[in-house]
Write a protein that binds this ligand. Structure first.
Ligand code: ATP
Length: 324
């Protein structure tokens, strides 16, 4: 292997730049060339790339987002699109790829590797933490800290006005962000897709917390929660049934994706990507690097895609106990 390509794809997440830097610097360390593809698979198809040397990734470890940009590519979902991408890789003399992204990115990588025999290693980069084969994905820790910081601020205004706040957080079909930020910010209730709390229980719990003398309440709602109402309808429903509450809604939205990555995410990205390059140099392919029990481990891309990263439901019990 003389040339390794790197790209970021799917939703961006803080720490992707630290990952790109680690790939480029590892390549420089091992005396091979590194090519950065812009806008994920779309840039690959269009031949939008640039050589990255050790100096071209200076000062990016602190920055959120991704200098290589990210995109979703419909064209890459087709065989013809992937053929174009493979042709570009051949012309650019790229021998192997490090793909930083989520499950869609890995599915695309698997197709590319199966159809065109291009060695690839996946690196989990998404704020949602919804990939199995790793305890943490790059960006998740930063997003958690952003959410907790935002909820702390909402708590200040909530307690000044005796208000109930519903705070919707990201996570798609997974409740990792909601559950952990909810505990970290001391939320009264946490609604996640993996567990249907039920409307009645929610009302009971809020009523109990009001009677126990709480002056403000925060309910963290995961965007994929399946309680049967969206967060605005939920607030209306609670207002109607618990008229003592002045219920407000905050949807945190894309601030959760931004910001300078936490030290944890920088170290995670660095460790995973050094290993990703070393695996390719060792002739390995179709693997994902992950962080399991404090060690960098690998699993096959199939394993990463087949099973679901299970949420730790004991955290719901912890939350119940602590919101007494
Ligand atoms: P996130 O979890 O942050 O959204 P992701 O990697 O899952 O990240 P997707 O948009 O699902 O984001 O996937 C990124 C890109 O991968 C898609 O735009 C598409 O080009 C490619 N891709 C996804 N699924 C497949 C597939 N089954 N076959 C080929 N390419 C795919």
């Amino acid at each position: 292997i003389r040339r390794i390509g790197v790209m970021t794809s799917g939703g961006d997440s803080p720490g992707m730049n630290a990952a790109i830097r680690a790939v480029a610097r590892s390549c420089a360390y091992y005396n091979i060339e590194c090519i950065g593809f812009y806008r994920g698979y779309q840039g690959m198809i269009e031949g939008d790339y640039e050589e990255l040397n050790a100096r071209s990734v200076r000062n990016i470890i602190t920055r959120g987002g991704t200098i290589l940009k990210s995109a979703r590519s419909k064209e890459f979902m087709t065989k013809e699109g992937r053929q174009k991408a493979a042709d570009v890789l051949k012309e650019a003399q790229v021998d192997a790829m490090v793909l930083i992204g989520g499950d869609g990115t890995f599915r695309g990588g698997k197709a590319l590797s199966a159809e065109h025999n291009i060695p690839i290693i996946g690196v989990p980069g998404t704020i949602d933490n919804d990939i199995s084969g790793t305890n943490y994905t790059i960006g998740y820790d930063t997003a958690l800290n952003t959410v907790v910081d935002a909820i702390d601020k909402i708590r200040d205004t909530a307690s000044s006005h005796n208000r109930l706040f519903f705070v919707e957080v990201m996570g798609r079909d997974a409740g990792f962000i909601a559950l952990n930020s909810g505990i970290g910010a001391g939320a009264e209730e946490i609604l996640i897709p993996e567990e249907d709390l039920g409307l009645e229980r929610l009302l009971d719990s809020l009523e109990r917390s009001r009677r126990s003398g709480k002056t403000s309440s925060i309910v963290v709602v995961s965007e994929g929660d399946k309680i049967g109402k969206n967060v605005f309808e939920l607030a209306e429903y609670v207002k109607k049934n618990l008229p003592d509450y002045d219920a407000k809604v905050t949807v945190l939205g894309h601030i959760q994706r931004g910001g300078s990555p936490s030290c944890f995410d920088r170290v995670l990205a660095s460790r995973l990507c050094v290993r990703a390059v070393e695996l390719l140099l060792d002739g390995k392919q179709d693997l994902m690097v992950g962080f399991v029990n404090n060690k960098v481990e690998t699993c096959t891309l199939d394993e990463a895609l087949q099973s679901k990263h299970e949420i730790n439901k004991d955290l719901l019990r912890i939350s119940d106990i602590l919101s007494t």
